[in-house]
Ligand binder design. Sequence first.
Ligand SMILES: [Zn+2]
Ligand SMILES: [Zn+2]
Length: 177
Amino acid sequence: MTKQKKCKYCGNQFTPYNSLQKNCFHDLCVKEMIKEKELKKWKAKKAKLKKDLMTASDWLKIAQQTFNKFIRERDKGQLCISCKQKPKKVNAGHFWSAGGHSNVRFNEDNVHVQCEYCNTFKSGNLLNYQIGIEKRIGGERLLKLHELAHVTKKWTIEELKEINTVYKEKIKKLKNI
Ligand SMILES: [Zn+2]
Ligand SMILES: [Zn+2]
């Protein structure tokens, strides 16, 4: 029943026990397979160690990158919220700044696609941002956002990991549509 297969190391044909077997039984090929498995294990261990050593500020950066990516995906094709131009380079721009208003740094109402010029060189172009954001989310939500922006928030590693996971999923979902 079992078909012959080509050994991934020596290239010779062999009869595998099951579909998972990728190499023949020659000593060298078996050794090679063990070496590869151990290397894989070691790499996974190293990656886990690295993750365990990551601080809250490392996770904050990663979670923000993922969240911002989600915003760019969500607002794909939209004009800059401040200047209403088609962005040459698309940024995810915070209305209430991420650094100064940590409580809303991952709030979907607070972050919209902006052109790099407004975001970076015009420091958010906030006057026009306010007009754009009010149109986009409405006065009521903007007021709520204002309230939330002035609540002090310190994110824990667990929360940041959660945000990172949730927004990775949301990006996947957006891309599938
Ligand atoms: Zn072999
Ligand atoms: Zn702009």
